[in-house]
Design a protein around this ligand. Structure first.
Ligand SMILES: C[S@@+](CC[C@H](N)C(=O)[O-])C[C@H]1O[C@@H](n2cnc3c(N)ncnc32)[C@H](O)[C@@H]1O
Ligand code: SF4
Length: 392
């Protein structure tokens, strides 16, 4: 293990998240903080994002940076010059870990793929493409503006420009059969690099799909079928050498998304841009930060005060522990004893009542050994229920 990997294991690592809230159109399933606007004043947005980086640098500058993540929304719509300016400012404030990862989420359209060379030039070294499906009918249902062929063409461009790339697919869609999904997965594996994100379609509140689903416009696989989709997915990906390292994320060993690992290991991250969350350990306290969510209100607040922090709150010891479990148990390797001790200051057995762990261990949902605490495969599939019993 390299020195940087072992220090990440101790403190969970340190990352920066930058939120770009604009999209060309709003997908009917999506409840992310994403908005469609006729035009965006690029100069003002660039200055405001830079201002929030400067603001958070006041308390965190000098920390060694493991990852930067441009998320959205659709950050592939950002002018590459803005991405370059932000990366340059980040290098000014924070020293890089030797293997600094800089990821940008991209929509796989030809227009955006045309920017990949400039984004790589700006310092982006990993892209995550929202392919969503490799079937034109499914893409239409999901409200995507690209075809499967356009998606694959964008992936080819990404492969040329970035050493590391990943793509997202959404499965357990209406009328999708298990066999249809496994053959789509095979096609995906033929295109894949070292990382894939595979999400089961969920109906989120206040989305167009919520209304359509309620009206009975489509149905989703029942719980048992959805579990079968999940198990077949795990099995196929593990056989292909990309086992799950988290509920929905698969990678070859060592190719996990470092930014996601910062979240799931309970590390620190600065969050800038509308609605971005952050977690910072400052003078022994763990602070939760959240920026103003509405894009225009965020911009106005930053222009007025240099930042649009809406929440800045110290987490209680109970909240810290709850969050570490919530995030860490999503990882197949779970939470190491070392990490738990570093974050909570106690041993796992001292902090969690054996009476709440024992039934979960006996039931095959949780595993506890000299390495640490992790969800067994059956527990990963029912993580919310496992966490609820742990908290009881
Ligand atoms: C912030 S979004 C993606 C960014 C990019 N704008 C795009 O659409 O390609 C992150 C990913 O979450 C997944 N996702 C979002 N909403 C979902 C839902 N309701 N069910 C399943 N997956 C969802 C999609 O795969 C999506 O690519
Ligand atoms: S899925 Fe991506 S492109 Fe679609 S609305 Fe959400 S963030 Fe925007």
């Amino acid at each position: 293990m390299t020195a940087s990997a072992s220090s990440r294991e101790d403190d969970g690592g340190f990352g920066i998240y930058i939120h770009w809230p604009f999209c060309r159109s709003k997908c009917p399933y999506c409840d992310f903080n994403s908005h469609v606007r006729e035009s965006v004043d690029q100069q003002r947005w660039r200055s405001a994002l830079l201002a929030e980086l400067d603001h958070y640098a006041k308390t965190t500058a000098g920390r060694r940076l493991d990852s930067v993540f441009f998320g959205g929304g659709t950050p592939s719509l950002m002018p590459p010059a803005t991405v370059a300016a932000l990366i340059e400012r980040i290098h000014h404030h924070w020293p890089d870990a030797p293997d600094l990862e800089i990821t940008l989420e991209a929509n796989p359209t030809s227009v955006e793929a045309a920017n990949f060379a400039a984004l790589a030039q700006a310092g982006v070294n990993r892209v995550s493409l929202g392919l969503q499906a490799l079937d034109d009918g499914a893409l239409k249902f999901l409200g995507r503006t690209h075809s499967a062929a356009e998606g694959i063409a964008a992936l080819d461009v990404a492969r040329r420009h970035f050493k590391r790339f990943s793509f997202d697919l959404i499965y357990a869609r209406p009328e999708q059969t298990l066999d249809g999904w496994v053959s789509e997965l095979d096609q995906a594996l033929a295109q894949a690099g070292d990382h894939l994100s595979l999400y089961q379609l969920t109906i989120e509140a206040n989305t167009a799909f919520e209304g359509a689903y309620r009206r009975g416009a489509f149905t989703l696989p029942d719980e048992e079928t959805a579990a079968e989709f999940y198990e077949r997915t795990q099995d196929r990906l593990a056989r292909a050498g990309l086992p799950a390292y988290e509920i929905s994320n698969h990678a070859r060993l060592g190719e996990e998304c470092r930014h996601n690992l910062v979240y799931w290991q309970g590390g620190d991250y600065v969050g800038v841009g509308p609605g971005a969350h952050g977690r910072l350990t400052l003078a022994g306290s763990r602070i939760s930060t959240r920026q103003h969510r509405a894009p225009e209100a965020w911009l106005a607040a930053v222009e007025e005060a240099g930042h649009a922090t809406r929440e800045y709150r110290t987490l209680s010891a109970g909240e810290r522990q709850e969050e570490l479990l919530l995030m860490g148990l999503r990882l197949t390797r779970g939470i190491s004893r070392k990490r738990f001790r570093h974050a909570i200051g106690r041993e796992i057995e001292e902090a969690i009542a054996p009476s709440s762990m024992a039934p979960l261990i006996d039931g095959g949902f949780l595993e506890l050994d000299e390495e640490g605490l992790r969800a067994a495969p059956a527990g990963l599939q029912r993580l919310n229920a496992v966490l609820a019993s742990l908290a009881a």
